[in-house]
Design a protein around this ligand. Sequence first.
Ligand code: ZN
Length: 656
Amino acid sequence: MEPLQAQVFNRAPLTGGDYAELPLGAVRAAGWLQEQLQRQADGLTGHLDEVYPQVMGEGNAWLGGDGDAWERGPYWIDGLLPLAYLLKDEALIKKANRWVEAILSSQSEDGYLGPATDHPFVYGLQRGQTHDWWPKMVALKILKQYYLATEDPRVPDCLLRYFRYQWQTLAEKPLDHWTDWGRWRGADNLDVVYWLYNLTGEPFLLELGKLIHSQTVDWTALFQEGAVFSEQGSIHCVNLGQGFKAPAVWWQYSQDEKDLEALQEAVRTIRHTVGFPTGLWAGDEKLHWGDPSRGSELCTAVEMMYSLETMLRITGNPFWADYLERVAYNALPTQVNDSYTAKQYYQQVNQVSVTKDWRPFSTPHDDTDVLYGTLNGYPCCLSNMHQGWPKFTRNLWYATRDGGLAALIYAPCRVETRVGGIPVCIEEQTQYPFREEVSFRLSFPKERKKRFTASFPLRFRVPEWCLGLTVLVDGQAVEIRPEKGIVCLEGPWKNGSVITLRFEAQVRLEAWYDQALSVVRGPLVYALNMEEKWEWKSFEGRDRYYGEGAWEVTSDTPWNYCLMRDSLKPEDCLVEESAVTSYPWTRAEAPLHLRVPARELPHWTVPEAISYWTEEGNDTGREVVLDLIPYGCTTLRIAAFPSRIIPWDLSYREPY
Ligand SMILES: [Zn+2]
C-alpha cells in the first residue's frame, strides 16, 4: 500500500507547528516497545469489552444502547484505535472502527454527535449529561486519529458539521454548561479545531477557536500566578495534565510569547511545590505538596504525556521531549502490571507496600487505590490508560516543514513514509532508554540504482542530560553544531546509510520535595530494588464495587535508607549493565543496576513520617551500598531518599 499523505502543517495565521504528525501506521514499534504494545493488545486494551462489559459492551450509548453515555467508552477507543492500527491487528481495527462508525452515524442534522438521550442513574454507569461538551472532546480525538489512519473523507465533513453546531450553541451553552470538566479541558477541543483548520482552511474555525479559548480556564494566568501549586487542594490532578497543553495550543493563534513562558514558569514552580521526580505531581485527586507518599493518578500520566506530545509538536522545543521521556520511561511502565491485566489508580514515588491500608490520600476510595486491579480506585483510569504507549509511539517521528523527518524522542521503531515523493524507510535500532546509543538505517525501497542518493534534512534531539554527543554517518564521525538542542543532518543519503548517535550520561542527584534526593541517569530515575510478593485478594461485600479482587504486593526488603548529600559523588555510583530483554520493565529483567553508597536510617519505620532534609546527626546507622534499578522496573521502591547534610551548613544549593 502506498503511504498516506495525511500530515498537516500549520496554515496562516497560525504560528509554530513546524513538526507534523505522520499518518497513523507510518511509525511502527520494534523491540521492547513492540512487546509493550502487544501486551496491551493481549491484555486490557484488546479485551476491555469482555473485562468491563457493563460499560464497554453492546449497551454503551455511543454504540446506540441505553447504557454508559459519557467519557469512558470514548476513552477506551482513544487508546484502542491507535494501538490497533500500529499493530495492524485486523480484529482490533474492526473492534475500534465499530465505535467510529457508530459515532459518525450518530450525527444529527444540526451537527450534534453522540448519545442524545439522558437516562436515570444506574449504579456503575454514567448515563446522564449526554450533551456535555467534555466527552465529545474525546470523540473528536478519536475521529482525528481515525482520519490519520484512513483519510476517510467523511471525517472532515463530520467534524465541520459538529464544529458549526458548537459555534452556534456555545454562546448559550458554554463549555461548563453541563459539567465543569469542559472548561478545564477545552484545549483538547481547540487542538482538533486547529487541526481541522489546517486541513480545510475554513475561516469560521478560527472564530470558533477564540470562543472556545475564552470559555476555557486561563491556564497561562494560572501558571504565571502559581497559586494553584502552593495552595493545597487547589485543582484536580488530571485537569492539570490536560490543561498543560492549553497555553501552547492557544499560542499558535495568540502568538504571545507569554503563553510559552507561562509553561516554563509552571515547570519551575512545580519542582519545589507539588512535583515528583517522575515529572508528575502529588494529586490524589486534588493537588498537594509533592510528598513522595502521596498519590499520582494513572490518568494524569497518560494525559500529561498527550499534552507533552502536543506541546512538542507545536513548539518544537526539545525540553518537552525530555519531559515526555521522564514520564513515559518512569511513571508509566510501573502503574500497570506486566501482563497489562491490572492497574493502580494511584502510584506512590515511595511505595513500600501495595496493600489495602490507609494512605495519606484526599480521595482514598476505601483504600483500594494503590492495589493492582481493574475497577479499584475510580474507573476513569481503567478506561483511559490505553492511550499512553500508542500515542507515544506515534510521536517518535514527525514530518518537518522543510521536507524532512525528525526523531525528537527515542525508542526502537521503524518509520515508513515519503520524503519529496520518494518512499523511505528508517529503522531505528536501539535499546534506549536502557542504553545511550541510537542507530538509524535508511533504505529507499523503490530505488534499485546503486548510485541513488537523496538529500533531505533529518533532525535529532540532543537530550538535556547529554554531556557529550558523538555522531557517526556510515561509521565516520561527523562534526555537528546543535541548535537549540537539535542536530540537523542534510545527507545525501543512500540505500543502507546508517546514522549513529552516542550520548554520554552521568549519574545525577536531583532535589525534590523537602530536598528529598532522587538518583537520575539519562532519561531514567532510579529506585531501591525491593523483593516483591504478589498475592491475589478477593473483595468481599461492599468492596465488590471495586471488582472481584486485586493484587497486593509486599516485601521483606529493608527500605529505610538515606543519602549523604555532601559526600555522595557521581563517581561513587557504579553502573552495571545486563542484557535488554524483550520486556525489560521488571525487577528480574532490569537492564541497569546502580550501586550507590548510603546509610541506614533505623528510626524511619513509617514511610510517610520523615523529615527528608536534616543535618547529619546520630540518627543514621551503618554505611551500605544500595542496589538501585530503573523506577519503571520496580513495583515497590524508595525513589526519593531522605538526605543528610553536613551540620551547620543548611544553605540551599542544587545538587549536581
Ligand atoms: Zn483516572
